[in-house]
Design a protein around this ligand. Structure first.
Ligand code: ZN
Ligand code: ZN
Ligand code: ZN
Length: 371
């Protein structure tokens, strides 16, 4: 897959149009997923200013420290049509930024996760400019994935599936969660990710805490183990997949009961996805069977989150999100049941809404896996 397909130049034009329509004079994007989305540049975030100046009309300028210029030039950014200017170490970059704007702006959109140091420096450099969030403009563009982005997410999904399929090599009673997690992290890289974003190995009572990381507690015989793992591919796109395992002995009877409920709920929510259904309705499709079986309070988070260049982005499958799903939206479907002091389970797939239904980007079985 060519980076020109993944990071096409017309994104900058679409973003400029949306910037004007939002009543902003420019977007100012420091390193992060918004900058990468528009230019393909995976910029280093440091104290030296890197900033894409995207005026609503006119030429986009990427301001970089001189020492980052080779990296910026090697990125897809020049092919998207941005002009690169650099500032020598020790010089003030803000005059360059002001010069890249066509006059003093009345309102600018700042990268949502810009460092406060830079937000305040921009307030001083552009005293007349109201500061808003670039996300107001870019969320709407990023929420629907292009075919090249869906392909990149599918590649990430296949890579993390490979890791789950190897779990029997590492996960067994007597080993600690941290030992198993270290092996998983190595495998996440070996499967093609350039970085490991998170490794949750939550055995027994730790499985009742959805965001448990790892610990030095050894895994017990027959304990349910929630394994939620993800990383970032060279494309910039991310994986995120959860399976629940039972190792070395028979699963507890109460676990078997609620896992069957959870499995039905997860499949029902996947099957519910199609254009026009709301995020809230997809959440309800997972939540209702779990509540009907008496486990409602044990499903203590939303059903899913969008994924792309960020691990968590729009859209969310959650009560209150009445926005209809559209083709190209990609998100997790990850109901869980968590019983404090005992154990828990979660099943998570990344899926994409298609023109007439849904495509799973994780394709391994969702039954609990006895190792
Ligand atoms: Zn989570
Ligand atoms: Zn996850
Ligand atoms: Zn997730």
């Amino acid at each position: 897959m060519g980076t020109d397909e993944l990071y096409p130049p017309d994104r900058l034009i679409a973003a400029q149009r949306a910037t004007a329509a939002a009543g902003l004079d420019a977007l100012l994007l420091t390193p992060g997923s918004d900058l990468r989305y528009l230019t393909g540049y995976d910029a280093h975030a440091g104290e030296r200013l890197t900033c894409l100046v995207l005026p609503a009309e006119g030429e986009p300028t990427l301001i970089v420290p001189t020492l980052e210029r080779p990296a910026a030039e090697a990125s897809p950014a020049p092919a998207t049509g941005v002009r690169i200017v650099d500032h020598a170490d020790g010089t003030d970059p803000y005059p360059l930024l002001v010069a890249a704007l066509d006059g003093m702006p009345a309102a600018v959109g700042l990268a949502d996760r810009m460092w406060a140091e830079q937000v305040l420096a921009l307030r001083a450099a552009l005293p007349a400019a109201a500061q808003r969030l670039a996300g107001e403009v870019l969320r709407e563009l990023r929420i629907r994935k292009s075919p090249a982005e869906v392909a990149a997410l599918a590649e990430a999904g296949a890579a993390i599936d490979e890791v789950h399929l190897r779990m029997g090599q590492w996960l067994r009673p007597g080993r600690t969660e941290a030992e198993v997690a270290a092996d998983i992290a190595t495998a996440i890289r070996a499967a093609g990710h350039v970085s490991v974003d998170f490794v949750i190995v939550a055995a027994g009572p730790n499985g009742a805490s959805p965001h448990h990381g790892t610990s030095d507690r050894p895994i017990g015989v027959g304990e349910p183990v929630v394994v939620d793992i993800g990383g970032t591919m060279a494309s910039g796109y991310r994986s995120d997949c959860t399976r629940t395992y039972v190792s070395g002995g028979p699963a507890p009877a109460d676990f078997l009961d609620y896992y069957a409920v959870l499995h039905d709920a997860q499949r029902a929510a996947v099957a519910a996805v199609r254009p026009g259904i709301s995020g809230a309705a997809a959440d309800a499709a997972a939540r209702e069977p779990i509540a009907a079986a008496g486990y409602g309070p044990a499903f203590l988070h939303r059903t899913g989150h969008g994924i792309g260049l960020d691990g968590h982005e729009e859209p969310c499958l959650v009560a209150g999100n009445d926005r209809p799903l559209e083709p190209g939206m990609a998100f997790s479907i990850e109901p869980g049941i968590y019983l404090a002091g005992r154990h828990g389970a979660r099943i998570e797939d990344i899926v994409v809404c298609t023109t007439d239904g849904v495509q799973r980007l994780n394709t391994t079985p969702t039954e609990f896996i006895a190792l």
